[in-house]
Design a protein around this ligand. Structure first.
Ligand SMILES: Cc1cc2nc3c(=O)[nH]c(=O)nc-3n(C[C@H](O)[C@H](O)[C@H](O)COP(=O)(O)OP(=O)(O)OC[C@H]3O[C@@H](n4cnc5c(N)ncnc54)[C@H](O)[C@@H]3O)c2cc1C
Length: 512
């Protein structure tokens, strides 16, 4: 194996970027004893878009990171689902996470300045050497592998640091990603541009939908309307990319015009004023944000989060994919550092799972962007994608909670089957017990009584089981596949397939 040993490098891992992807991978490696340096060019808190989160991040991955309680206590707006004015139906329809999984009861709408700082401070607590105001300039490599980075610190001094692995978590604007080779391919289907700002005094939906993300289609595109606090709302219009000139001429005028074209958003903002000072004071624009790299890694270097790929904001999957890919990369690094799995195999497993998740949401979003359909058609697509036996609506709720990877199993109260499925994917009974205790302690009942909305969705365990089986089959078809260790931090060899049951054969004639 052409890998540097511990003594010959300054650190085991250099992580570039301290957003959710970077903090996650750094924390999970440091937790297992790895020497991790994280270089972040800004000083936190810093602004970032991507405020509507999924239960799979705030509950599952934050649980593994040990920050679920802190996130829960941070005072973020609770998000129990989404409300869509979308498709052929003239009226808004809603879905809830509350029944999407026994664990996935809610997520949060977060100010990223606060959420990202919680994750970065947690990485520090776990032993990561976090250095802010340190901008990575380049990668140090030879034909065999990447061997470190060069960076400039707050005082302008230049440094070189050598590492056994470099993880690029520097987001959408990554410059060093090209060192893994390949190209960034813009998504064919999602050629949009977003223009967004912040408002005080916007209306709220009535409980229990108050904390929902509202996605409202209008003639020229769609709006997100995200309640961040009682006062503050994040409002953004997503429109086709050919509107770029108009938007760049005058962003504020463009945003105001789009709001005027959406009766629902205009109504919600009747008494609101746009914030014009501080970090929320700007009208911002993002374009070319839907893409995937053709390569996610090369020896010594991996891409995670937006540095690797991003689909589309509609279902708020960005931070989930960022944190999930951080977990996948950490498993690969931990397994290689422990000498348990060969580098090629470990990173191929991470890439397979990351792409599978990206592709799942790509297909799902593609179907939902066909606004000539109504929600029943979207629900049907979700069922088709998950291969579920549960209702179409349940399948939709399931995917929008970020449960596609099938690693995040419901555990509290299922009739035994979820635990069996979890074990078949390599999660040990101890972890199941710990997770069950964890989730039971924090869930509150959210029943149909709280849901006057007839489109309130329910999910039964059957769907989850079916999805796990579908994923399991795709995964089993790969000869080099790896499974997940009981603590979720490593890859391991799959258990041998059970022997097929053999029929008791009749005694041979004349025997006995
Ligand atoms: C219009 C729009 C709306 C979105 N809405 C949502 C949403 O509602 N929900 C959701 O989940 N996602 C949403 N997203 C996606 C979300 O913003 C991203 O997926 C998420 O922020 C990715 O996290 P990350 O850690 O990969 O990167 P980032 O959060 O971008 O973090 C990267 C970090 O790297 C640092 N960095 C960059 N270059 C260097 C360097 N050279 N050296 C050192 N540090 C560096 C940056 O300062 C930054 O802190 C949205 C995206 C867009 C475009």
């Amino acid at each position: 194996m052409n890998q540097p040993d511990r003594e010959s490098t300054d650190v085991d891992v250099v992580v570039v970027g301290g957003g959710p992807a970077g903090s996650t991978v750094a924390s999970f490696v440091a937790k297992q004893g790895g020497r991790v340096l994280l270089l972040e060019k800004e000083t936190f808190p810093r602004y970032q878009i991507g405020e509507s989160l999924l239960p799979s991040t705030t509950q599952w991955i934050c649980g593994l990171l040990g920050v679920a309680d802190e996130v829960e206590a941070a005072g973020f707006q609770t998000k129990t689902g989404g409300t869509f004015l979308w498709g052929a139906s003239p009226k808004p329809w809603s879905f809830t996470f509350a029944t999407a999984s026994h664990r996935g009861r809610h997520a949060f709408q977060v100010e990223r300045m606060k959420f990202d700082k919680i994750l970065l401070d947690n990485a520090r607590r776990l032993g990561v050497d976090v250095r802010e105001q340190c901008a990575v300039k380049d990668v140090v490599s030879d034909p065999d592998r990447v061997r470190g980075v060069t960076y400039t610190d707050a005082g302008g001094a230049e440094h070189t640091v050598t590492a056994r692995f470099v993880v690029d978590a520097s987001g959408n604007s990554s410059r060093i990603r090209r060192h893994v080779g390949g190209t960034r391919e813009l998504a064919e289907y999602f050629r949009n541009i977003a223009v967004f700002g912040y408002f005080e005094g916007g209306k709220r939906m009535d409980p229990p939908l108050r904390g929902n993300i509202l996605c409202a289609a209008f003639g020229g595109g769609w709006f997100w309307y995200i309640p961040l606090t009682d006062e503050l709302t994040s409002v953004g219009a997503v429109v086709p990319a050919d509107m770029v000139d108009k938007i760049q001429q005058d962003r504020e005028a463009a945003l105001t015009q789009f709001i005027g074209e959406s009766p629902m958003i205009s109504d919600f903002l009747t008494d609101a004023r746009r914030v014009t000072e501080g970090p929320y004071g700007e009208v911002r624009v993002r374009k070319d944000y839907s893409y995937s790299n053709t390569r996610f890694w090369r020896p010594g270097m991996a891409l995670v989060g937006d540095a690797a790929c991003f689909v589309d904001p509609l279902f708020s999957t960005g931070v989930y994919l960022a944190t999930y890919s951080g977990l996948l990369a950490a498993r690969s690094i931990n397994s290689v550092l422990a000498g348990q799995v060969e580098e090629q195999r470990a990173f191929a497993e991470a890439e397979f799972r990351h792409r599978r998740e990206y592709n799942l949401y790509y297909e799902f979003l593609k179907a939902v962007y066909d606004t000539h359909q109504d929600e029943t058609s979207y629900f049907w697509t979700a069922k088709k994608l998950t291969g579920g036996t549960a209702s179409e609506a349940d399948s939709f709720s399931y995917l929008t909670a970020g449960l596609g990877a099938g690693e995040y199993t419901p555990v509290d109260g299922g009739p035994g089957a979820p635990d069996a499925a979890a074990r078949s994917r390599g999660r040990g009974p101890d972890e199941d017990a710990a997770m069950r205790a964890f989730w039971q302690g924090r869930t509150e009942e959210f029943t149909t009584e709280h849901h006057p909305d007839p489109n309130h969705l329910r999910l039964d365990d059957g769907n989850h089981q079916r999805l796990l089986r579908t994923i399991e089959e795709g995964w089993r078809a790969r000869p080099d596949r790896l499974t997940v260790s009981g603590d979720s931090m490593y890859w391991q060899e799959p258990e041998p397939e059970p022997e097929p049951e053999t029929a008791i054969s009749a005694p041979a004639p004349g025997a006995g």
